[in-house]
Design a protein around this ligand. Structure first.
Ligand code: MLT
Ligand code: MN
Ligand code: ZN
Length: 310
């Protein structure tokens, strides 16, 4: 299996258009140790020919142009795409807006939970993807399903599972109480398995907490791509960017007793890679103490173009 990180930043990207945090200023200035990043998405293939996108970011067009494997191949005629399916892990703007870039009457499948597919059904702009050509396929939780699209079985399965999280920002209902109306299926992690080799990896770009069932599921995994939004719970507040904590946004922090570094320290995962990294995160600076802490704990900080073979 070939896994490519198309975009390693969280919503807004790095730099974010309206942000003057220390990181955004530094990356715009071309400061050594800072690398620009596009918004959250991976691509995976088991044969190098047929690919599945894991989330479709608003930066998808730029990501496709930057990724030779995802280009239209003239060998297959006047219209072609290697992309056979898109799997969505939530309804956040950074994960679904890129579907609009996949218009132009090309066949592929869209996988998501009923909750996320209903967001797409309720927003008429997504009707630009004709459902006869682009079927929406509901993911059933805790059940590996073969991934197919454009009449092709891509030789991989996807297993979706619920993770602690929050409903998409634009769907928050303050009147619904402290969880803003969040329901099961609003945020999922996925396990992708190569049907031939049995090799598998996990992709969890949004996660509020690592609870017991999630820890159990991830124990001993070969590769996990995980929510690296924030280094600390309060960094956005402290930098004067937004009056929200990580937990309010549905994202766990990397550091501290309640962070992902600590939670994964006992799980024996082969390779741990942060993705969905927010522009406020000090670990985006290659020379920061935060980066040293992460790497010292065995984590990698994902970047656009990172390729993992399994
Ligand atoms: C998130 O990950 O919390 C969302 O992408 C935020 C947003 O919609 O901007
Ligand atoms: Mn996001
Ligand atoms: Zn910023």
């Amino acid at each position: 299996m070939i896994i490519k990180v198309l975009g390693s930043a969280a919503g807004g990207g790095f730099p974010q258009w309206n942000c003057n945090c220390q990181n955004c200023v530094a990356v715009r200035a071309g400061t050594p140790g800072y690398r620009a990043r596009t918004q959250s998405s991976l691509a995976v293939s088991n044969d190098g020919d047929n690919w599945v996108l894991l989330n479709a970011s608003p930066d998808l067009r730029e990501q496709l142009n930057a990724t030779r494997e995802l280009h239209a191949n003239p060998k297959f005629g006047p219209r072609h795409s290697p992309i056979k399916a898109v799997v969505l892990t939530n309804g956040d703007v950074d994960h679904i807006a890129g579907l609009i870039n996949l218009r132009e009457a090309q066949a592929f499948s869209v996988y998501g939970t009923d909750r996320v597919l209903s967001v797409i059904a309720d927003n008429s702009i997504f009707q630009i993807l004709n459902a006869d050509l682009v079927p929406r396929i509901p993911l059933r939780l805790n059940e590996p399903m073969p991934i197919t699209g454009a009449g092709i079985d891509v030789g991989m399965t996807v297993e979706a599972f619920a993770v602690p999280g929050k409903v998409a920002l634009y769907l928050e209902n303050a009147a619904a109480g402290p969880d803003f109306g969040t329901q099961e299926g609003d945020t999922i992690g996925i396990k992708i398995t190569d049907t031939k080799t049995g090799k598998a990896f996990f992709y969890i770009p949004g996660c509020a907490r690592i609870d017991e069932p999630l820890a159990k599921r991830l124990k001993g995994a070969s590769v996990v791509f995980f929510d690296g939004t924030l280094f600390t719970e309060t960094e956005m507040l402290e930098q004067g960017l937004m009056p929200k904590t990580g937990s309010r946004m549905g994202h766990i922090n990397m550091s501290g007793a309640d962070g992902s570094i600590e939670a994964f320290s006992k799980l024996g995962v082969g390779r741990l890679i942060y993705v969905h990294i927010n522009n406020s995160n000090p670990a985006l600076n290659d020379n920061s103490d935060a980066r040293k802490t992460i790497e010292g704990a065995g984590w990698e900080v994902g970047y656009d173009g990172l390729e993992v073979r399994l």
